[in-house]
Design a protein around this ligand. Structure first.
Ligand code: HDE
Length: 697
């Protein structure tokens, strides 16, 4: 019984079609004739009343319809992910630009014509499933490619490094950052004692802390985040030659953040801000796109630059090894069902295809155990791979059998290999067949529990990150450290953090320490306490502009949201051209007024209102437009909510455009304006909304 060979070159269209068909079938739960049935198929005549002994009598135990319905409901929840519980996802496709056969034999990286279906889940790490989207946190960026050689998962984050070097410390890290166990507080936040206690004793976290305190941790949108595979992986070509590779996702819309104050307010005003943004963009046909990039070095030459490719707390600056863009991913379909797809999807860095392999990064090696293990309890047994969202689109053949919730009725008497009983001929899979081949790395070493000395430098890349930021970005980092540490009750922990920070940058440490009610930072105390000798690898870079968010992407304003703040009497004529130009540039203009329904314009017409001021806040928009119209400007000026809307937009460095009497409203609120004929503008300072508000903003 030899497994049927997959038809070479089966078109990508077929594979995508198969998925659509499948999801249609799975989504089909209502009988078109309008009847309901039990799970066993018995038709239900009454779905409103339980079976009772008499009109006012007790409910009968024999009501199997009620019992089945309630029992199913009682078990609707499954354990949430232990980390990355809060997420949102979308379907799409990936296309490689040109064949990558020089580096890898992976089939999905060869044919520029083939569209490979993908499912991508973005997530926060710390908060539970119902927590807010905009908290300060790392974001997960997990991609499942449904290739013709099996599923390949690239399970990454929006930051290129990680807190720790060795998987042994992962449970400690997660226990420290999660809510404290005695009272389960705070939710979805690193601003508490146990997190800073742990990291202050683990200097290897220094680099990741800089990223976490930077604006990368409060993205404007999932659509505006870079993604990183973090670890080094291997690409292996058909000749068995291997290259270390680091994967990058580069967003077409650029990388942008919220202002910290905005992010905190959004957590209350719209806890679903990021999932709504993704859903609405895809729904409106604005499909988010990323390019897949690779940094590669031939295995054996990876030691040349003084950075250990196996250390997940280090990155390879793009200035040293440029990122080559090799393909493009588009997300163009929202899930049909959150639970069946976004919640039940099971990613695993060990879901590999031939041509891609692991490196020996000790953090990655630990992950290889964790992901299947966690699905066993989260998805209830070993058959989670048969769930529709996890099923490969290519055929699978093996002798794995039975288990909870088995979906397949396997035929025949043979569930072992080798065998002769299946077809009469001998069937044997003994290494002579095609398939996944692990890279044959030569190894000879004693067993030991130690780290390589090449992992010892914990500070130079944290310093590089700091010195590569713009002034505004540095301000934000200082402010974030201050906020987090001012929530730490234990004075000694605050002191340890700033003593460590002194090894990153003395000015940074001094500025943070100044507001903490503690002594000035003491680098020697940190080194003595933690027993390290600070050193910078010779020839280290002083600055890497690629680490800053500012100025790296060509600004793309499409899909940004503009609030048009107006009341009865607004002058539509004054604003028509601006609105037209904004919408031609792809921006979305929404009318916010004191009430829902319609407002009357100065010329006696009526204009539909999108949202009332009661339900909207300036933090939900990227820019503000105040049209002319005497009555409108006056009404807004007398309305606390409208004044607050304007002032807050200004505080968050949003672009504000006001026309005629609208500009008058701004003047009465004390704005100094730059004018262009009838249009008044306040615009963010450089490094403004790209990186959010400056400390003085
Ligand atoms: Fe994960 N991680 N992780 N992780 N991780 C999980 O798997 C784990 C790490 C990442 O949208 C869990 O199915 C260990 C690095 C993402 O479903 C769990 C270690 C990176 C997601 C797990 C790490 C990640 C997870 C929880 C250190 C970036 C969400 C639920 C050894 C490269 C995937 C689950 C999704 C999820 C373990 C470190 C990314 C418990 C043990 C580094 C994006 O298995």
């Amino acid at each position: 019984m030899s497994p049927p060979r997959r038809k070479a070159g089966a078109s990508a269209k077929t594979i995508a079609g198969a998925r659509d068909k499948q999801s249609q079938l799975d989504a089909f739960t209502l009988d078109p004739a309008g009847s309901l049935s039990t799970q066993q198929g018995a038709q239900i005549a009454d779905n409103h009343n339980t079976l009772k002994a008499g009109l006012r009598g007790p409910t009968l135990l024999e009501d199997f319809i009620l019992r089945e319905k309630i029992t199913h409901f009682d078990h609707e929840r499954i354990p949430e992910r232990v980390v990355h519980a809060r997420g949102a996802a979308a379907h799409g496709f990936f296309k490689v630009y040109k064949p990558m056969s020089q580096f890898t034999s992976a089939g999905f990286l060869q044919d520029p014509e083939a569209e490979i279906p993908v499912f991508v889940r973005f997530s926060t790490v710390v908060g539970s499933r119902g927590s807010a989207d905009t908290v300060r946190d790392v974001r997960g960026f997990a991609v499942k490619f449904y290739t013709q050689e099996g599923n390949y998962d690239l399970v990454g984050n929006n930051m290129p490094v990680f807190f720790i070097q060795d998987a042994m410390k992962f449970p400690d890290l997660v226990h420290a950052i999660k809510p404290e166990p005695q009272q389960e507080m705070p939710q979805a936040s690193s601003a508490h004692d146990t997190f800073w206690d742990f990291v202050s004793l683990m200097p290897e976290t220094s680099h990741m802390l800089m990223w976490l305190m930077s604006d990368r941790a409060i993205p404007r949108s999932y659509r505006m985040m870079e993604g990183f595979g973090v670890h080094s992986f291997r690409l292996v070509n058909a000749h068995g030659q291997s290259f270390f590779v680091k994967f990058h996702w580069k967003p077409k819309l650029g990388v942008y953040a919220l202002a910290w104050d905005e992010a905190q307010k959004l957590a209350g005003k719209d806890p679903d801000f990021h999932r709504r943004d993704l859903w609405e963009a895809i729904d409106a046909g604005h499909f988010p796109e990323w390019e897949l990039g690779v940094q590669m070095v031939e295995a054996g030459k990876d030691g040349d630059m003084g950075i250990d490719w196996l250390d997940a707390t280090k990155l390879i600056p793009e200035e040293l090894v440029p990122v080559q863009l090799i393909g493009r991913m588009v997300l163009n379909r929202n899930p049909d069902n959150f639970f069946a797809e976004t919640e039940q999807v099971a990613f695993h860095p060990g879901h590999l295809v031939p041509g891609i392999d692991f490196s020996n990064d000790p953090l990655l090696q630990g992950r290889l155990h964790s992901y299947t293990d966690t699905q066993l309890s989260r998805l209830g047994g070993s058959n989670f791979n048969a769930l529709p969202i996890n099923r490969p689109l290519c055929p699978t053949h093996n002798f794995q059998r039975d288990g909870l919730h088995q979906q397949t009725i396997a035929r025949g008497r043979v569930a072992y290999e080798p065998n002769t009983l299946a077809t009469g001929a001998e069937f044997r899979v003994d290494g002579s067949r095609q398939g996944f081949q692990s890279f044959a790395q030569a190894l000879e070493s004693p067993k030991l529990r130690r780290r390589s000395p090449s992992f010892d430098d914990h500070f130079s890349q944290a310093s590089l990150f700091w010195s590569s930021q713009t002034i505004a970005e540095k301000e934000h980092i200082v402010a974030a450290f201050r906020l987090e540490l001012s929530r730490v009750e234990t004075v000694e922990i605050r002191q340890r953090v700033v003593d460590n920070l002194a090894h990153v940058d003395m000015k940074l440490a001094t500025r943070v320490a100044a507001q903490m009610g503690i002594d000035a930072p003491d680098p020697a105390a940190a080194a003595g306490r933690l027993g390290f000798r600070p050193h910078k690898p010779p020839g280290s870079l002083q600055e890497a502009p690629s680490l800053s968010m500012v100025g790296r992407y060509k600004p793309d304003l499409s899909t940004r949201k503009v609030a048009v703040l107006a009341a009865d009497g607004m002058d539509m004529l004054s604003v028509r051209r601006v609105l037209q130009e904004l919408s031609e540039a792809g921006l979305q203009c929404l009318v916010i007024a004191p009430h829902l329904g319609h407002i009357g314009t100065a010329s006696g017409r009526s204009l539909a209102v999108n949202f009332s001021l009661v339900s909207m806040s300036s933090v939900m928009f990227d820019a503000l437009l105040i049209p002319g119209g005497e009555a409108s400007a006056q009404a807004l000026g007398q309305l606390g909510a409208a004044v607050h809307f304007v002032l807050e937009a200004y505080k968050h460095c949003k672009t504000i455009c006001a026309i005629n009497e609208g500009a008058g409203l701004l003047s009465t609120l004390g704005f100094s304006l730059s004018t262009q004929k009838d249009v008044a503008l306040t615009v963010p300072t450089p490094g403004g909304h790209a990186g959010g508000q400056s400390e003085s903003g």
